[in-house]
Design a protein around this ligand. Structure first.
Ligand SMILES: [Zn+2]
Length: 145
């Protein structure tokens, strides 16, 4: 999660919402990514999506069996679906997201009957650090107007 938080800090410096993600397989990091929708002009360029794409490329498979994803913020519906399709084994996330989250909040994607693979979910990992990053980022943006 430390690596994911570092990625989130880079995202903030780049003017992107500070969210970072890391994929781990057999104890090794195979992907690190951060939110980049503005830079890539791509609304799907969330940290989790980019990390999953990178991890799939790294192992040459569209499924990430036995892989764990660490992300600093509760995934949205799009990312939760991608996590399910990728067959991620365990999901560790930092801050929960009552407005946009889809794991513990909103659609609760993994609890739906139409969800065919649900990872084990562990929320609240280094939550205060992840939440503080987001709070500071939005406070600064508001201050700048
Ligand atoms: Zn997302």
């Amino acid at each position: 999660m430390g690596l994911a938080l570092a990625e989130a800090r880079i995202a903030a410096a780049e003017g992107e919402t500070p969210v970072g993600a890391v994929v781990v397989k057999d104890g090794a990091v195979i992907a690190t990514a951060r939110n980049r929708p503005r830079a890539l002009k791509d609304p799907t360029a969330h940290a989790e999506m980019l990390a999953i794409r990178q991890a799939c490329a790294a192992i040459g498979n569209e499924r990430l069996n036995g892989c764990d994803l660490y992300v600093t913020l509760e995934p949205c519906a799009m990312c939760a679906a991608a996590i399910s399709f990728a067959r991620i084994r365990r999901l560790y996330f930092g801050a929960s997201d009552p407005k946009g989250g889809a794991v513990e909040n909103g659609p609760r994607f993994f609890a739906q009957a139409t969800c065919h693979h649900a990872p084990e979910v562990y929320g609240g990992i280094r939550e205060s650090e992840a939440a503080a990053l987001l709070r500071e980022f939005f406070a600064e943006r508001r201050a700048r107007g």
